[in-house]
Design a protein around this ligand. Structure first.
Ligand SMILES: CC(C)[C@H](C(=O)O)[C@@H](O)C(=O)O
Ligand code: SF4
Length: 467
């Protein structure tokens, strides 16, 4: 029977099938961060257990950590301070490699794993974090897990999972200049909704996906979770192999050829069956801007804020009206008339080198609008240093952007970077939920180039018209 990429990874990792239909899967790579690990490590201590495979576990500090130059673990927020101290102590006690603020490899867990070559095709990758889906871009089965599951994986290197349905999203055509992977994934979520892939593992396929760099593919897989999916996979190919070759965690000379043979066997077989199929023409996708409080509340930059009266049912009408009220917007208002207070370029969706290059191209030789505070937070120490070497950092600083240390930063209000009530922000992150960037803060999700242009103009502009 022809199998999908997901089927193949699942079958290769099956340790035991339970009578209730669930499966015990072997886990190849476990990533841990400071927010979801204090309890699991306590659990291990209480029951006298060790970490089964410290060599397959990596710890990083990302959510709580300040991003200001000269930072340390000694932050003002007592909860963050405790979590960071525990992370350091627990990784030391259990023999796990830890990238704390002082390590040049530190960064957002979903940027660091792939960058270090720890995420590889055909692997099972888990982390106590919903955006673990990011790693699916390598053709890995990567899922976010809960706190008790983190403990289970730490202790046993296995995880109990229910099999998901296979959904294929085929992206035909080619993205137009000025249109990014972020716009494509927002357009997909607009089409299928935030519950559109519930119960499914998505496989992103088609020429528009194959044409993407690994950075772009990670942006797609990152937001699979925002479409309700369990994971978001992309078949490994030459782009994947090229990205991985020579990275510290990747198979080294002598094992590389063997790995390639396996990796090339992973793409879905011709004729593999999918439980659901979705299609989208990438050439029709425009730069997108969210207007509401869910990633599906999104329109092209050329559009106006939609009228809640046109929503499909009563519940959707009420939700849209509440979202507009929260966002301080009027139906019919042009997206390009929306003025901004802050611009945040960062997060595991869009803080990789290619994202920073895109921003730098748009803002080179210009100045951030006077009323805007703009932040660039590289996804990792490696990204930061590469951007500095390429001159990107200087371009951004000259334009008036703040150049920060790596971390989740203003993607989530768990550290000092946050919005004040009613402040409006163009953000390259993945969630525009109520209060996400700070209590009563207003978030608009956009691509890096769109965020860069908005920082200069002080309001949204169509980056395709940018001269
Ligand atoms: C704090 C963490 C558990 C959370 C997640 O699971 O995704 C965060 O990373 C997020 O993006 O909302
Ligand atoms: S950058 Fe944002 S989405 Fe990504 S792991 Fe951190 S908080 Fe979650």
């Amino acid at each position: 029977m022809p199998l999908t990429l997901y089927d193949k990874i699942w079958n290769a990792h099956r340790v035991h099938a339970f009578s209730d239909g669930s499966t015990l899967l072997y886990i190849d790579q476990h990533l841990v961060h400071e927010v979801t690990t204090p309890q699991p490590f306590d659990g291990l201590r209480l029951t006298g257990r060790r970490v089964r495979r410290p060599d397959a576990t990596l710890g990083v500090a990302d959510h709580d950590i300040p991003t200001t130059p000269g930072r340390s673990d000694d932050c003002e927020d007592p909860e963050a301070r405790v979590q960071l101290a525990l992370m350091r102590q627990n990784t030391r006690e259990f023999g796990i490699t830890y990238f704390g603020y002082e390590d040049p490899r530190q960064g957002i867990v979903h940027v660091v794993g792939p960058e270090q070559g720890l995420t590889q095709p055909g692997m099972t990758v888990v982390c106590g974090d919903s955006h673990t889906s990011t790693h699916g871009a390598f053709g890995a089965y990567a899922v976010g897990i809960g706190t008790s599951e983190v403990e289970h994986v730490l202790a046993t290197q296995t995880l109990i999972q229910k099999r998901s349905r296979n959904m294929r999203i085929t992206c035909t055509g080619a993205l137009r200049p000025g249109v990014a992977a972020k716009d494509l994934v927002l357009a997909i979520i607009r089409q299928i909704g935030t519950a559109g892939a519930t119960g499914c593992v998505i496989e992103f396929a088609g020429p528009a996906v194959q044409a993407l760099s690994m950075e772009g593919r990670m942006t797609l897989s990152n937001m699979a979770i925002e479409a309700g999916a369990r994971a978001g996979l992309i078949a490994p190919d030459e782009t994947t192999f090229r990205y991985l070759q020579g990275r510290p965690g990747a198979p080294q000379v002598g094992h590389w050829q063997q790995a390639l043979v396996y990796w090339k066997s992973l793409p879905s077989d011709p004729g593999a069956r999918y439980d659901a199929e979705v299609g989208i023409d990438a050439s029709q996708v425009a730069p997108m801007v969210t207007w509401g409080t869910s990633p599906q509340d999104v329109v092209p930059v050329t559009a106006v804020v939609p009228d809640p009266a046109t929503a499909k049912d009563e519940a959707a009408r009420e939700a849209a009206a509440a979202a507009l009220e929260y966002m301080g917007l009027r139906a019919g208002q042009k997206i390009s008339d929306i003025a901004l207070d802050k611009v945040f370029i960062g997060s595991c969706t869009n803080s990789r080198i290619e994202d920073l290059r895109a921003v730098s191209q748009v803002v080179a030789g210009r100045k951030v609008a006077r009323h805007v505070q703009a932040l660039v937070v590289p996804g990792s120490g490696w990204v930061k240093r590469q951007a500095e070497r390429e001159g990107i950092a200087q371009t951004l600083i000259d334009a008036g952007f703040e150049w920060r240390e790596p971390g989740c930063s203003m993607c989530i209000a768990m550290n000092p970077d946050r919005l004040q009530p009613q402040e409006r922000c163009a953000s390259t992150s993945n969630r525009n939920f109520v209060g996400r960037q700070g209590p009563r803060g207003r978030t608009h999700l956009v691509s890096p180039a769109m965020a860069g242009a908005a920082a200069i103009a002080g309001h949204f502009v169509d980056v395709r018209d940018w001269k």
